[in-house]
Design a protein around this ligand. Structure first.
Ligand SMILES: [Ca+2]
Length: 100
């Protein structure tokens, strides 16, 4: 299995890859993965990115959900409903920011 290193692309022919952590678990935090695909004409896609959160056992974890795309002029609903805090804690405030 390939081993992921920060900012080092791994190329596969398979559309699925497993990020194995059994020898080196990822510390709690947010990890961003990027996928670029290449076609048979050697053309590259724009990157698609997703954040994966390894949950902390004490601090709350924010999970922000939003549509990946909207039509021009359409409202955008953001949801923090999947945010959580390990028992017996609970999330009591949501703090939203529009980034540049
Ligand atoms: Ca807590």
């Amino acid at each position: 299995m390939p081993v992921f290193e920060i900012n080092t692309p791994i190329e596969t022919d398979d559309p699925i890859i497993l990020v194995e952590v059994k020898d080196k678990p990822l510390a709690p935090g947010r990890y961003r993965f990027r996928l670029v695909v290449r076609d048979n004409d050697d053309l590259l896609s724009d990157p698609s990115e997703v954040d994966v959160i390894v949950r902390d056992d004490r601090r709350p974890t924010a999970v922000l959900e939003a549509p990946r795309e909207v039509l021009f002029g359409q409202d955008i609903e953001l949801s923090g409903r999947k945010s959580s805090d390990p028992d017996p804690g609970k999330v009591v405030k949501y703090i939203w920011t529009l980034m540049g």
